[in-house]
Ligand binder design. Structure first.
Ligand code: PLP
Length: 378
């Protein structure tokens, strides 16, 4: 079955008992047990809930995994995966991860004596050189946030397997439609489902998918133990939103290609970061591991003043954090997603005060370009 068909025929497209084409929302927090010696599948909704299970099985199917887990946010998903590790474990984290991942790695997990090294994961020699006897896992995000840097997933997995390490990846920017890291040997895929999976800027959620049973048990122990689960109403919203993932992504990606190409020709724009552009570093690697460039791009303006003016005067796009919704969203990483990163670190990475990130939406591209043109030249 092809991906677009899978999105509609997940095994949960219908409520088997009534024929309803919308999966029921089970609000029950607890479940009556007819026989205490024969417990039912569900007992308490932190441990399991039928609507959540439908979502968890759906994302597992789409990612090509065996076990899915739904969390109350993308950060809850990331934190829960990192929480399967222990004090003293060393983790390599790619240096331009989402700002929130950077923040919890630095400010939280280090307090629990996890040893964290930020690395440029696009440089395989650096990855290799940073592995030590206590290293247990590598955390990747590709394309990265916000500079769309590309990491060679297969090569990192090979290195990791040689050293017995786990590989986790934040697949939020791509979604399983464009990139399925488990097929490349990654151990756990993480999503902020608040983005392309939900698709309508109306839900905060996180998802994790793994293949290996032993790893699944470790993730489930944290999900059930910490309890950062996604509620049934939000599970349903996500199940609904995901049905249109392919059509949304196809259209948004087409728009993003056109917008990126147009931006490269603008005098006020000094650089465009987008894997869909011919000169984007790592483009060939990206297209060997993903089925499209996605719908997120970043660009720099000639200077900070122009970037600020653009953010003030752009009209069609929402000025907001987040991405992946039906509406175009522009964000200013220095003050938004990466505000918690020290200035020197940001500047070293190229996250400068003239950088703007764009999540391209479903508007007509001519209208978007006209709006961007006005905001770049006003
Ligand atoms: N990963 C990426 C790539 C993100 O962009 C975000 C949020 O912006 C997150 C993780 C965190 O997800 P959430 O906001 O759902 O906690």
């Amino acid at each position: 079955m092809k991906f677009g068909t899978k999105l509609i025929h997940t095994g949960h497209e219908m409520d088997k008992s009534t024929g309803s084409l919308s999966f029921p929302i089970y609000h029950g927090s607890t479940f009556h047990q007819e026989d205490i010696d024969q417990p039912r599948e569900y007992d308490y909704a932190r441990s399991g809930n039928p609507t959540r299970k439908a979502l968890e099985e759906t994302i597992a199917l789409l990612e090509g995994g065996d076990h899915g887990y739904a969390f109350s946010s993308g950060m809850a998903a990331t934190s829960s995966v990192l929480s399967i590790l222990s004090a003293g474990d060393h983790i390599l984290v790619c240096e331009d991860v989402y700002g929130g991942t950077y923040r919890i790695s630095n400010n939280y997990f280090r307090r629990f004596h996890m040893d964290i090294t930020f690395i440029n994961a696009t440089d395989l020699d650096e990855v290799k050189n940073q592995i030590k006897s206590t290293t247990k896992a590598i955390f990747l995000e590709t394309p990265s946030n916000p500079l769309l840097k590309i990491t060679d997933i297969k090569s990192v997995v090979k290195l990791a397997q040689e050293h017995g390490l786990l590989v986790f990846i934040d697949n939020t920017f791509m979604s399983p439609y464009l990139q399925r890291p488990l097929e490349l040997g990654v151990d756990a895929v993480i999503h902020s489902a608040s983005k392309f999976l939900g698709g309508h800027s109306d839900i905060i959620g996180g998802l994790v998918v793994v293949k290996d049973m032993a790893l699944a048990k470790r993730v489930y122990a944290v999900q059930n133990g910490f309890g950062a689960i996604l509620g049934p109403q939000d599970c349903w919203l996500l199940l609904r939103g995901m049905k249109t993932l392919k059509v949304r992504m196809d259209y948004q990606q087409k728009n993003a290609v056109k917008l990126a190409e147009w931006l490269t020709r603008q005098e006020e724009v000094s650089h465009v970061y987008y894997p869909g552009l011919e000169n984007h570093p790592g483009r060939d690697i990206h297209f060997a591991q993903a089925d499209g460039p996605g719908a997120v791009l970043s660009f720099t303006t000639r200077d900070r003043e122009r970037a600020k003016k653009f953010m003030k005067t752009v009209q069609l796009a929402a000025v907001a954090v987040s991405l992946g919704g039906v509406e175009t969203i522009v964000s200013y990483p220095v003050k938004m997603s990466h505000a918690s990163m020290p200035v020197q670190e940001r500047e070293r990475l190229g996250i400068t005060d003239n950088l703007i990130r764009v999540s391209v939406g479903l508007e007509e591209i001519d209208d978007l370009i006209a709006d961007f043109k006005r905001a770049l030249t006003i």
